[in-house]
Structures are given as C-alpha cells and as structure tokens.
Design a protein around this ligand. Structure first.
Ligand code: CTP
Length: 403
C-alpha cells in the first residue's frame, strides 16, 4: 500500500552477472514512486553501465568514495537520507566485507554509516554460497539485524543448477516493501510543518529577516513524509528545493504564514512549528524605495505580528503542537515558559551560540521538553536525525492519546 512512495532507497550493485537485474529492480522501485539512489562498486560497472541505472533512477549514480568537492561527504549524506539500503546483487565479497566492518569503498562506507535497514540479495555460485566462511558471515549479519532475501535455487551462471541464484527483482521489491510497511508509523496522519525565516517588508527593496536556513523544517517535512504522514510544508524564503512528496506553500511575511497555517490546520493532526517567525514588522510598507535624507537618525515604527503558535494553543482541540525556540541564554527556563504560554506538547530548544547548533548548519544540538516537564538533551547530530527523534516523540503522544 504505497510503502515505498517517497522513500529514499539506496540500491547498491556489486560485481555479479546478476547486476543486469538491478536495472529491473530500479525500474520497479521507481514505478512504486521510491526515490532511488544507485551506488555501484567498481566491479559492478564491468557488468552494467552506470548510465543505464542513471536513466532508470533519474538520479546520479554514485561510484566513488572521494569526490573533488571536499565539503561534500557524499557517503555520509547518502547514509543519512536513506530510508533503506538494498544491495542486489550482493556478492560473497561484499557480504564478507560488511560482516567484518571493512569500509574501503563508497558502498561499504555507507553501510557502515547508515542507521537505515540494510537488505541483501546474494548472488553467487552454489559452492561459494555453501562455504562455511560465507555462511558464518551471513549468520553474524543476520544476528545484528541485516536482512537477507534469497538466494533462490535454479540455473546458475556456470550452467549448473543450485542454490545461489539471485531472487527475482519483483520478489526483492516486495520484500523491501514489507520492511518499509512496518516503518510507516504515520500513515493516515496529517501534519503542518513550518520552516525558514519570514521576511517583513519595509519598502520595495528592503525587508527584515533572520538567519534561519529552513534546513531543520525541511528535514522534519522529509522525515514525516517518509514515514507516511501527509505533510503540508509552509516555508518562508529559503534557498532549499521543496522536498518531494509534500504539499508545499511558499510564504514571505509572518502574516502570510499566519494565514496559510490557519487555512491548513483544520484537517491536520498537529503542527511542528520550526519557522523562525519575526515578532515584529514595519508598521507601514512604503510603496516605493525609502530615500536617504539629511537626517542622521532614522526612526522606524514596528508593530507586533500575530503569535501563530500561541493562537493555536488557545484553541487547541486535540491537536499536537510542537514548538521550537532558539535562545542565547537561559535555554531551559525560556523553553519551559514558551511551552506553557503557548500550551505546547513539546518544545525543541537550542542554544544558537553553541558550535554545531542553530540556524545555518546541517547539525543541531537540542533539548526536548514535553508537557510533563520531562527534559531530554540530545548530543550534536544531523538535522535529519533530530527530525527522526522529534517524530518518534510525536508518535508516542499519538499513541498515549489513542488518536
Ligand atoms: N512563533 C510563532 N509566531 C510568532 C513567533 C514565534 O508561531 N510570531 C513560534 C515559533 O515558530 C516557535 C515558537 O513560537 O515555534 C517560539 O518562538 P520564539 O521566537 O523562540 O519565541 P517568541 O514567542 O518569539 O518569544 P521571545 O521573543 O521572547 O524569544
């Protein structure tokens, strides 16, 4: 039932004659609306052209561990965005490497770094498959949660019949779908997520804003959608691409965000308000451009914007309200005050003066406080990881309330 829809699936292809079947796997995954990231080992490229996979997947094929761009640790970003990693075909060599913690190419490095489930579809000669070393490796991987699909008994590449043939693509995709189904813990739920800064116009050419990049909110939207939630992402101006599989609305000012949130909250089970909403806006927007005068001082009148979250808290019904707060001091005290004032269920607080936390970067260091006053500190981790924990907490609340 659409368990693969919008899921980021890494498809690792290794050097076996069955590599040509990976093309069919990618095609089937795309048909099920998965976002497919092919990764090929060097040996795999002898059996299948990267161009074939690239065309079928509509994504770049990753082939190397080191790219020229030193800012990009591709293996880490792929490891992190993955909802699942499928290695098909999986040779005895890759199984041996993974089982022994070897990370000497892009695929093994990703497997070592990812928290997503890893599924392997072995393909090899029956003598290799039956070898006790390989069986030991498979056993130790199964013991730590890796899943094996097949192999099947049938015609092998050397003309013999035996156990070692890769399971057919259709069956592999069905197995993966079943694994993903068990992770669709937000199916049937709808959430509004807000992200980014707001821009408060002063005249035709100027505005007030803040340094929010929107990364945290986009990570929340992506994570929620990948777990089956219907996500409406309301974003202030950012330089990020809208995530796939979410309903996306672009707004500028706090007032526009306020209007859009009101419009979209009716049907939602809750909101995760990660936008950095400006508290004040210029009282008037000049039609043209404000010109410099001879006066040395420029006094600007600001008026307060609506507090979107507070307003939602005042007529909360049974909706789940999650707020954020970025502070420079008194983190917990301030977070607790906002949690109470806005009748929130959870507040995610970060001290933006800390290295690795806050607006711009890819990581965050947050403290979670729930409506029972339980405080939880999370060490520095990627924004996607933080998003995962936040959705886990929301899941718990949904269960506790029997929603
Ligand atoms: N928020 C909101 N509407 C506003 C201001 C903030 O919905 N006009 C939301 C933010 O999206 C965030 C939470 O309220 O989820 C806390 O925002 P924050 O800016 O930290 O707090 P403020 O209420 O603005 O309080 P202060 O200015 O004292 O920090």
């Amino acid at each position: 039932m659409g368990a693969l829809r919008n899921k980021s699936i890494l498809v690792g292809v290794t050097g076996s004659i069955a590599a040509y079947k990976a093309a069919e796997i990618v095609r089937l995954l795309r048909k099920k609306k998965a976002i497919v990231y092919p990764i090929m080992t060097k040996a795999a490229t002898h059996f299948l052209s990267p161009l074939t996979l690239q065309n079928l997947a509509s994504q770049k094929v990753t082939l190397k561990l080191f790219s020229r761009d030193i800012r990009k640790a591709e293996h880490l970003s792929l490891a992190e965005l993955a909802d699942a990693c499928l290695i098909a075909p999986a040779t005895a060599n890759i199984i041996g490497k993974i089982a022994n913690g070897i990370a000497d190419d892009i695929l093994t490095t990703i497997v070592l770094a990812t928290k997503a489930p890893v599924l392997l579809a072995p393909a090899m000669n029956n003598m290799m498959y039956e070898n006790p070393i390989l069986q030991r490796n498979i056993g130790s991987l199964k013991a730590i949660g890796f899943k094996f699909i097949g192999p099947a008994r049938g015609d092998l590449a050397d003309g013999k019949i035996g156990l070692g043939r890769m399971t057919e693509p259709q069956e592999i995709v069905e197995c993966l779908e079943k694994v993903m189904q068990s992770r669709d813990d937000f199916l049937g739920k709808a959430f509004v997520v807000t992200a980014g800064p707001t821009r408060e116009p002063l005249d035709r050419v100027r505005f007030f804003s803040n340094y929010s990049s929107g990364k945290m909110g986009y990570a929340l939207a992506e994570e929620g959608a990948s777990r089956g939630a219907r996500i409406v992402l309301i974003s202030g101006p950012t330089s990020l691409d809208p995530p796939s599989g979410v309903e996306f609305h672009w707004v500028e000012s706090a007032r526009e965000m306020h209007k859009m949130v009101k419009e979209k909250m009716g049907e939602a089970d809750g909101i995760v308000m990660s936008a950095a909403v400006s508290d004040y806006a210029p009282a008037r927007k000049e039609n043209g451009k404000i010109k410099k005068t001879t006066q040395k001082k420029f006094i600007l009148e600001l008026v307060q914007n609506p507090d979107i979250l507070k307003e939602l808290g005042q007529r909360k019904e049974n909706k789940i309200l999650v707020g954020f707060c970025a502070e420079t001091k008194d983190l917990e005290k301030e977070a607790l005050r906002k949690l109470k004032e806005k009748s929130l269920d959870l507040i995610v607080a970060n001290n933006i003066t800390e290295e690795g936390a806050g607006f711009k970067g890819d990581t965050n260091i947050v403290t979670l406080i729930n409506n029972k006053g339980k405080v939880e500190h999370l060490s520095r981790r990627s924004k996607r990881e933080v998003a995962r924990v936040i959705w886990d907490k929301i899941r718990e609340m949904i269960e506790n309330r029997g929603l």
